[in-house]
Design a protein around this ligand. Structure first.
Ligand code: NAP
Length: 283
């Protein structure tokens, strides 16, 4: 039996329509949501990411600004710019595209963003809020994964979820969100002994490693939900995930494709966080 596809494209379309509606209400009251995107340097992948984010803002009716700086920009100048955006009432979310040039301390930059405008959810305070079960901004990629799992209609209460990967931006917040949704959660990483033993127990597997074909059909329990966060290239240079899609789709009940899965959801959840930032400021 072939798994049902969880399309990030279709789900994003639905969510973006909802975001556009809520944006129209705010804008009519003179409170249009605004996102500032800052890019330092000329990394080609980052250029594409920021362009897509700004276009997505325009599509849902946000005000957005894209500021591009030379790779030589000093850390001090960047911190000063963030301080002025923190004080700008037209801006509800601030996103600094990573990675930053080596001479800039990215932690200092992330921590300089006002907690009320931390729509990436990467600051220590946002991470603490998530860990404590307090309302705050949730990192966009795992937030999108949760929406994809919710779209299956399957309740996570009593389910066992295995997250492969423990980065601060994906694996750890993913595990916390699954826990918050009442799943029993296991986190695996590069030092995990017998990864397949763990994944075979899982009702939900989230693969967030960055290594193609690392999750194969023999590692998946029949009927599991499989979420593929990985972004890799195959031998032909085509985008692929961490999951052996052709094999795993014959075992899983639901599976996300790459491309067209988690990727589009990440930008959608950035829009959602920015909208929520504006709504919180103007209840
Ligand atoms: P990361 O910081 O490199 O973390 C990778 C994690 O995988 C680490 O925790 C690492 O364990 C673990 N790992 C490595 N080899 C492993 C193995 N053999 N078995 C089990 N675990 C292993 O990467 P990331 O930022 O979390 O991103 C993960 C992937 O998701 C990447 O492909 C990235 O491009 C993709 N991504 C996609 C989106 C999207 O929007 N679609 C967004 C963000 C990231 P250790 O901690 O022990 O080293």
């Amino acid at each position: 039996m072939s798994a049902q596809l969880i399309s990030g494209v279709a789900l994003s379309e639905q969510l973006r329509a909802e975001i556009a509606q809520r944006t129209a209400v705010l804008s009519a009251a003179g409170k249009q949501p605004g996102l500032a995107v800052i890019l330092v340097g000329d990394d080609p992948a980052s250029q594409v990411y920021v362009r897509n984010k700004v276009k997505a803002c325009a599509d849902v009716g946000f005000h957005s600004i894209l500021e591009k700086y030379d790779a030589q920009l000093s850390e001090q100048a960047l911190l000063e710019r963030i301080a002025s955006l923190n004080a700008d009432p037209a801006i509800h979310g601030i996103l600094v595209q990573m990675p930053l040039p080596k001479h800039i301390d990215s932690t200092r930059v992330i921590e300089a963003i006002s907690t009320r405008k931390d729509v990436d959810g990467f600051s220590v305070l946002s991470a603490g809020e998530l860990a404590s079960g307090l309302p705050g901004f949730q990192p966009c990629t795992p937030y999108g994964c949760m929406k994809m799992i919710a779209s299956t209609g399957i309740d996570l209460r009593g389910k066992h979820a295995v997250v492969i990967g423990r980065s601060n931006t994906v694996g750890k917040p993913m595990a916390l969100m699954l826990l918050q949704a009442n799943a029993t959660v296991t986190i695996c990483h590069s030092a995990t002994a017998d990864l397949a033993w763990h994944t075979r127990q899982a009702d939900v597997v989230v693969a967030a490693v960055g290594r193609r074909n690392m999750l194969t059909a023999d590692m998946v329990k029949p009927g599991a939900i499989v979420i593929d966060v990985g972004m890799n290239r195959d031998d032909a240079g085509k985008l692929c995930g961490d999951v052996d899609f052709a094999g795993v789709r014959e075992v899983a009940s639901h599976i996300t494709p790459v491309p067209g899965g988690v990727g589009p959801m990440t930008i959608t959840m950035l829009l959602m966080n920015t909208l929520e930032a504006a709504e919180r400021l103007h209840p």
